[in-house]
Ligand binder design. Structure first.
Ligand code: NAD
Length: 366
């Protein structure tokens, strides 16, 4: 089913054209063809999956950061500690879409050798949608779990019970491969709402739902401006003490355990930099209960779960990862909706990197 009514100024772009446009911007900014392709693959897939906060709208931010050196073009993952099944990789502030892919390639090879590989990826520029890395592992037949923190950026999310922000939207992901089917992918921010969604509401000057934000005094508010205008408020963690606890664990595993550093006054900057650290545990099912048994159990359990009678008003019980794939089918057919503000920002950045003016509409028109 196609998505609802278009908002004012929204454009719909065919995915291949959006991909070509994104690649052209990165290339014109000085990225290699491979880097530009990996960035475009990642961002356009995030849009196809419906996670627009992590789609091509990130490009103006990325190009701003390559300009300041906060994102280093054409950099590669470098192993800095090697204990066989436990490795630490320095991303060197390179494009996350490149260094996280390379880190997962190495981790998958090691997991094939040892049955498991624990990868600490440190100091990567924004690694985007974490499900992308779980899906890469799943394509290689591996189960993987990923814990991520963010620094270089201002604090956005309050700890459970706190009236001030202390970390950011710390995402978590687990991906489980299935025989002959798309994987199970649970992938979310540990905050009630992604920061990008607050930004969009603030740009549009609309109120948000209740239960997502607090003001500087710790009182509930629906005003997205509390994240942008002093005195600053915060986003709440999801799931009360449970989600709040998971967010803390993300910083401890991704920031303290890997050596990539936690979000604290030592690493926090009130800038647009975004450094991600990620702890990934990649496991070969062959090394545990055996691949056949694993695949059979996954199918049995997922079939059982999905057989539950849906609640009133719910069409179907879905497995994690299914909503994204349904959106992809729709957007591949009907184009990717890009809101007017984001589209203007993309056109502006295309001009900034000196893409040929006549080239832009040709590549971008749906
Ligand atoms: P979300 O709240 O949309 O939750 C998505 C997850 O819930 C998916 O696994 C999805 O399949 C599952 N899901 C949703 N509805 C479902 C249903 N009805 N039945 C079963 N499963 C369902 O995600 P979010 O918190 O808005 O995060 C969006 C993206 O932002 C994620 O990809 C995340 O990795 C990314 N992110 C990245 C960073 C970073 O620093 N790189 C920070 C925060 C978030």
């Amino acid at each position: 089913m196609a998505e609802g009514k278009s908002s004012v100024g929204e454009v719909r772009i065919k995915p291949d054209r959006l991909h070509a446009f994104t690649m052209a911007i990165c290339r014109a900014d000085g990225s290699s063809d491979r880097e530009a392709r990996l960035v475009a693959d990642h961002l356009v897939l995030a849009n196809l999956f419906g996670h627009d906060s992590h789609g091509v709208g990130m490009i103006p931010h990325y190009i701003q950061n390559t300009g300041t050196g906060a994102c280093v073009r054409n950099n590669h993952a470098k192993i800095i500690r090697d204990n066989g099944a436990v490795i630490v990789i320095d991303g060197g502030a390179g494009y996350g879409q490149v260094v996280a892919k390379e880190a997962m390639d190495i981790g998958i090879e090691r997991a094939k050798q040892h049955g498991v590989c624990v990868v600490g990826l440190t100091n990567a520029h924004h690694i985007g949608r974490i499900g992308h890395w779980g899906e890469q592992c799943a394509r290689a037949g591996m189960v993987s779990t990923h814990w991520v923190n963010v620094h270089g950026h201002k604090s956005l999310v309050a700890p459970f019970g706190g009236a001030e922000p202390r970390f950011t939207t710390n995402p978590y992901c687990t991906a489980v491969p299935r025989k002959g089917k798309e994987p199970i992918v649970l992938d979310f921010a540990t905050s009630q709402v992604a920061a990008g969604k607050v930004r969009v509401a603030n740009n549009k000057k609309v109120q948000m739902e209740e239960g997502l934000l607090i003001d500087a005094a710790g009182r509930p508010t629906t005003d997205p401006g509390v994240l942008y205008n002093p005195p600053f408020g915060a986003i709440l963690p999801f799931g009360l003490h449970k989600g709040g606890g998971l967010a803390v664990i993300c910083d401890l595993l991704a920031g303290a355990l890997t050596g990539g550093r936690t979000h604290s006054p030592r690493t926090k900057k009130d800038s647009t930099d975004i450094i991600n650290n990620m702890l990934s545990i990649i496991i070969d099912p062959k090394a545990m209960g055996g691949t056949e048994m694993f695949e059979d159990e996954v199918e049995t359990f997922i079939t059982w779960v999905k057989s539950a009678k849906p609640q009133p008003g719910v069409p179907e019980v879905l497995a994690p990862g299914e909503p994204e794939r349904a959106r992809k089918v729709d957007r591949e057919k009907n184009g990717v909706p890009i809101d007017g503000t984001t589209w203007q920002q993309l056109l502006d950045v295309a001009r900034k990197v000196r893409l040929n003016d006549t080239e832009i509409p040709q590549m971008a028109a749906a």
